[in-house]
Design a binder for this molecule. Structure first.
Ligand code: NAD
Length: 301
């Protein structure tokens, strides 16, 4: 039976370390702060934002909750982003996606100061990621890398197959895994909605990462025995027996894969908590850079 990759536990350990570093930074007069911008009231986004704000508070960080109505204009949102860029208390800015259809996401993300880009979605940071340089990396792909490392899975020389090519998950993850260095050096295949014979590709994977947003897409015949399976998908399946009226399901047939895979991450409790831990990590990284700048100003070095 597959070992279950407990994202909640791994993320909890990371969050404890981050809390310690945040306390140390507070002694130097710097409290990490993240502006969380939400446009509209999409129920999934509202719940993600409140989970992120709770995690920030638990880590001893400061969160500035900024909400705009669904009808907000793109220029109003851009103005808010620019206010946050200029606010010295704010180390990181998170614009919760997706944005309403009438707003151009890329145009808005381009206005986030790259040095405050806690989500790692600015083209400057994505470009640096592609070049293998230090940057703010997107939280979900970065969290997957950390999860693999903490579970003792070495990607080096392995064939990783990613299902999904979004700019927020699949593509940055493929680049991170392709880069040289610790936790990377993999051979990567990226599949997507136009891939012919998906199962042919997934069966080649030593490490299979499902990020398609299609409940139960990956079934046992699509997985090589002994593979490591990371399930990124979060799909809301209507279920009247649940208080909220739905249950969450990943992109894999989790139960069916237990006898096939060597390791598998569950949904919920897998990649989701890792994503939040990496958001805290990125906010702390930005706050440390601020502390360094302030120190240089004081000492003149
Ligand atoms: P997206 O819709 O932007 O992209 C989905 C990708 O999957 C596309 O590239 C598409 O080509 C591909 N795809 C769709 N159907 C396919 C099929 N049948 N076969 C092969 N490829 C297919 O989604 P996204 O933002 O990348 O998110 C993917 C999933 O991961 C969603 O369920 C999302 O909710 C989840 N997600 C989870 C976290 C987390 O923290 N746990 C974070 C981000 C996204």
């Amino acid at each position: 039976m597959a070992e279950i990759l407990d994202g909640k536990k791994i993320a909890g350990d990371m969050r404890a370390l981050i809390r310690g570093e945040t306390q140390a930074l507070a002694l130097r007069g710097v409290r990490p702060g993240l502006a969380v911008i939400l446009v509209g009231e999409d129920p999934a986004s509202v719940s993600y934002v409140s989970a992120k704000e709770k995690a920030l508070a638990e880590a001893g960080m400061f969160s500035l909750d900024r909400r705009l109505p669904e009808s907000a204009r793109e220029d109003e949102l851009v103005r808010l982003v620019e206010e946050c860029n200029a606010d010295p208390r704010i180390d990181g800015i998170l614009v919760q996606l997706p944005l309403p259809k009438h707003i151009d996401e890329q145009r808005v993300l381009l206005r986030v100061d790259p040095s405050k880009d806690a989500d790692g979605f600015h083209p400057f940071n994505l470009g640096k990621l592609m070049l293998g340089q230090d940057a703010f990396y997107p939280c979900t792909p970065y969290g997957i890398l950390k999860m693999l490392a903490c579970a003792g899975v070495r990607a080096r020389g392995k064939h990783v197959v990613i299902v999904g090519r979004s700019a927020t998950v699949g593509k940055p993850l493929a680049n991170l895994l392709l880069n040289r260095g610790e936790g990377a050096d993999a051979t990567v295949t990226v599949c997507h909605s136009a891939t012919a014979d998906l199962a042919f590709h997934t069966r080649q994977a030593d490490i299979l990462i499902a990020a398609a947003g299609r409940a139960g897409l990956i079934t046992p015949p699509m997985v090589k025995p002994g593979a490591v399976v990371i399930d990124v998908g979060v799909n809301r399946i209507p279920d009247v027996s649940k208080k909220k009226g739905f249950r969450l399901q990943g992109d894999t047939d989790f139960e069916g894969l237990l006898p096939v895979a060597a390791k598998i991450s569950p949904v919920p409790g897998g990649v989701g908590p890792m994503t939040i831990a990496m958001l805290l990590h990125n906010t702390l990284k930005a706050a440390k850079a601020r502390a360094e700048r302030e120190n240089q100003k004081e000492t003149g070095v």
